[in-house]
Design a protein around this ligand. Structure first.
Ligand code: C2E
Ligand code: CA
Ligand code: CA
Length: 700
């Protein structure tokens, strides 16, 4: 089997071509060849196909070896060019070699041809390889240059170490983060930055991970050259070498101290009272929640004590607010001083404090704590050297005896506290008879079922007003229960039990149907407002809900854009995957969503962004006090800004005064809702209000 060879023959003698081809065949080649006699013929042959070799005569009638070589060079084709000629003299041969011909073979010495061809083919191959490598090198040098520019200008610190962790290289950001220069860092290890704030097990785990060839990622507190601490997010990637395993480590570090601080501030504002710096109501509820989970039937009751100062308003009025504040701070400190871990002192606002005892040995022990608190209240407070005596009413409730949830426990303690206040007894333990609405729960639920069937439930509507246009654009439907014996029962009292017993489903059906019918009536009367309905966690898990909604909209002849659902974050978080699916299904129907009570739960706008949400409702607990409480005002403002950044609208609920409304206007809040405009109204009363109130529907 011969070796294929594509040969371009520059030669006008057919005979010579035959002899040369024969010679190549004898030498083991399988030549495919083309004979050309002029420059034009050679040019087009070179253009049309690739060649391995040019064998050229020296002097031809219309062409010459020199011109053929020049043509090949002009085309920048690097293949062997060998002159095969009878007539070439020594001088001409040297000349053409200088011009770039690779070799020459005299016709009477044709035996040299095959070795010359073989050698030149080999050399051409070597030249080609070399060219390829050089091209690659040129490319990778360029790449390296770009990469090192990127590393040098990166905002994140980059450190390259050897396999022992000795620093070989750092980028300029490393100096900016840590204060150590390149010269100071190189040769050291990253222990240079050690803060001592991580336990040895932290580093053990880190090393174990990277030595096994895996990437380590995490947060670490380090120490700068100037001694200050900073938090970094760090990724360490082992670089492996085929033969030797791990050869280097690359650490990329981002200083997240600022971000952490900002997060902590926001967290702190949301969970601590700004005056006393004690845990606030949300924080307390969260802690009760955790205590309940931790208790988990272990037989250790949880105690909650509420302490409300009597006639604190008088203290404030006679001594002034500043001194009143001093007294509250002092009381917070005293309470803390008589309690031990894991007890919690919280400040729920104004003159109301709470003490949580998450793990009592037995229920009776709470008595000792009450006595301690009463005793610390006995000695007068010294406010600017002025002795001030205070009295307090104390309410106590126990889990699991009096309540099953954190909210319930708080409510029961509150009922007890009010009972103590009314009777002037100093303190009271919760007792069902104290509770006007105390539901013999099962009985109450049976009654609720009846109430739904017999239409004892009603809906009230509270307008949502566009702050910029000063006109009503929507109304929130709020359920009421007009109980034949107990009178109006507020929804907070029966929605929770309804959820637990499943009665929430018929109730929601009733409520949606009523709200949609109401919407239809309003539209007939020329009133176009979006009606919002509240959904609870269980509703989001109800596979029948979307079908029901479609059916009710059709029946009521109401377009879906007139209905909005309000959902709390905690309802979503009960089962995020299901909630998300449900929300997208309802969105596809055309329903829009508002996130209720924003600010007291997870407050994760980032997560909410993944859901089909149009609106955020800032919780009333922040809005109501935003004039007096700068912490609350800050939360409201940043929620508005953040929501707007994400393209969401914002409603403030709990707008109780004009000054709150004006502040919200300054903060660019979109909608407002609250007692300042009106309490929730019946459907009919709302129509009247809309036509009479300056906040009603805009008169054109
Ligand atoms: P929510 O959804 O946050 O409703 C707002 C509550 O704030 C209403 O209480 C409303 O009357 C009250 N409110 C309105 N303006 C002001 C104000 O300026 N200041 C103050 N302090 N309060 C104001 P309501 O009607 O007692 O409802 C309590 C909660 O019960 C609602 O809170 C909601 O979570 C639940 N709820 C009410 N209706 C329904 C319903 O139909 N279905 C479900 N699942 N939950 C409902
Ligand atoms: Ca609501
Ligand atoms: Ca709300």
């Amino acid at each position: 089997m011969g070796r294929p060879l594509r040969v371009l023959m520059v030669e006008d003698s057919e005979n010579d071509v035959r002899v040369i081809v024969r010679r190549l065949q004898l030498g083991g080649f399988l030549p495919v060849f083309k004979q050309v006699c002029t420059a034009e013929e050679m040019r087009s042959a070179l253009d049309r196909e690739p060649w391995d070799l040019v064998l050229s005569g020296f002097l031809m009638s219309n062409f010459s070896g020199f011109s053929a070589l020049a043509l090949l060079q002009e085309k920048k084709i690097d293949i062997p060019f060998i002159v095969v000629s009878g007539r070439i003299g020594e001088e001409a041969a040297v000349e053409i070699s200088k011009a770039g011909a690779h070799d020459y073979v005299k016709k009477d010495r044709l035996a040299r041809l095959v070795p010359a061809v073989e050698r030149e083919l080999r050399e051409a191959e070597v030249r080609r390889e070399r060219e390829k490598v050089q091209a690659e090198l040129r490319q990778s040098a360029e790449q390296l240059r770009l990469q090192s520019t990127a590393l040098n200008s990166a905002a994140n610190a980059v450190v390259i170490t050897n396999s022992k962790g000795r620093i070989l290289w750092v980028n300029p950001a490393f100096f900016r983060n840590s204060g150590y220069t390149f010269e100071e860092a190189v040769g050291q290890t990253l222990r240079l930055l050690k803060s001592g704030l991580q336990p040895p097990s932290f580093y053990d785990h880190l090393w174990k991970t990277i030595l096994s060839g895996e990437v380590w990622q995490g947060e670490i507190i380090n120490r700068r050259k100037d001694g200050s601490f900073y938090t970094e997010e760090m990724t360490i990637t082992p670089v492996t070498d085929e033969r030797e395993g791990i050869s280097h480590f690359i650490a990329i570090k981002q200083d997240v101290t600022q971000r952490k601080k900002a997060e902590e501030t926001v967290q702190h504002m949301a969970f601590y009272d700004p005056l006393t710096d004690l845990p606030n109501r949300n924080n307390l509820i969260d802690r009760i929640h955790r205590a309940i989970r931790a208790e988990d039937g272990g037989g250790h009751p949880i105690g909650l004590i509420l302490i409300d100062l009597d006639r604190f308003k008088e203290v404030n009025e006679t001594l002034g607010h500043l001194r009143g504040d001093t007294l509250l701070k002092e009381l917070g400190l005293r309470l803390q001083s008589v309690l031990f871990e894991p007890d919690v002192v919280a400040h729920l606002g104004a003159d109301l404090f709470a003490v949580l005892l998450p793990k009592l040995a037995k229920a009776e022990d709470i008595q000792f704590v009450i006595e301690k608190i009463q005793k610390l209240l006995l000695s007068p407070f010294s406010i600017e050297d002025l002795p001030v005596a205070v009295e307090a009413s104390i309410g106590v409730a126990l889990y699991p005896e009096h309540a099953r949830t954190s909210e319930e426990l708080l409510r029961r303690a509150d009922i007890a506290m009010h009972a103590a206040k009314e009777s002037g007894s100093g303190h009271a333990l919760y007792d069902p008879t104290l509770d006007k609405h105390h539901p013999q729960r099962l009985a109450l639920m049976a009654e609720l079922r009846q109430a739904i069937e017999q239409n004892h439930l009603l809906l009230h509507y509270q307008p949502k007003i566009s702050i910029r246009d000063k006109k009503t654009v929507g109304a929130e439907a709020l359920v009421r229960w007009n109980h034949p014996q107990h009178g109006m029962i507020p929804p907070d009292e029966f929605i929770g039990p309804a959820e637990r017993t499943g009665l929430i489903h018929p109730m929601t059906y009733w409520l949606l149907r009523t709200a949609i019918q109401q919407c239809r009536e309003w539209r007939r009367a020329g009133v176009d407002v979006v009606v919002s309905a509240n959904l609870s966690a269980r509703n989001l898990l109800d596979p029948k809900l979307p079908g029901t909604v479609v059916e009710l909209l059709r029946e009521g002849e109401v377009p879906p854009e007139f209905i909005q659902f309000e959902i709390t974050e905690s309802a979503i978080m009960t089962d995020p995957a299901h909630a998300q699916k449900m929300m997208f299904t309802l969105r596809d129907i055309g329903i829009r969503f508002s996130i209720d009570d924003f600010g007291i739960g997870y407050s994760s706008l980032k997560y909410l962004q993944k859901l089909p949400v149009d609106q955020i409702k800032v919780d009333k607990s922040f809005v109501m006090h935003m004039i007096q409480n700068t912490g609350d005002a800050k939360i409201v403002r940043s929620t508005i800004d953040l929501a707007h950044n994400l393209g969401l609208g914002v409603v403030a609920e709990g707008v109780e005064s004009e000054s709150i409304l004006n502040r919200l206007d300054e903060m660019n809040c979109d909608l407002a809702q609250g007692y300042f405009f009106t309490q929730p109204l019946s459907g009919e009363a709302l129509i009247r209000w809309l036509s009479e109130s300056p906040w009603g529907l805009k008169k054109n």
